[in-house]
Design a protein around this ligand. Structure first.
Ligand code: FES
Length: 87
């Protein structure tokens, strides 16, 4: 599991193994725009403030994934203990 901090609201939550960031966020009243929920459409794209993403989408290029500035919270996760998102 890892912690996600939502910078705009100042809220945070723990994302359990097998749970998505989108699902964990919904429990604390933060909703993302989503469509495919499988990492392909790009609807949920979110800016990363801090933390190392574990990209699992098929939307960002390898280069964009490596840059780590954006991520898809419907499917991607975090390699570090804490991820800070601009959401
Ligand atoms: Fe489609 Fe996240 S909802 S990429």
């Amino acid at each position: 599991s890892f912690e996600v901090v939502f910078q705009r609201s100042g809220k945070s939550c723990i994302v359990a193994p097998g749970q998505t960031i989108v699902a964990a966020a919904a429990h604390i009243g933060i909703s993302f725009s989503t469509s495919c929920e499988q990492g392909f459409c790009g609807t949920c794209i979110t800016d990363v403030v801090e933390g190392e993403c574990d990209h699992r989408d098929g939307y960002l290029t390898k280069k964009e994934q490596a840059a780590g500035k954006q991520m898809m919270p419907c499917i991607s996760r975090c390699k570090s203990k804490k991820l800070v998102l601009d959401a």
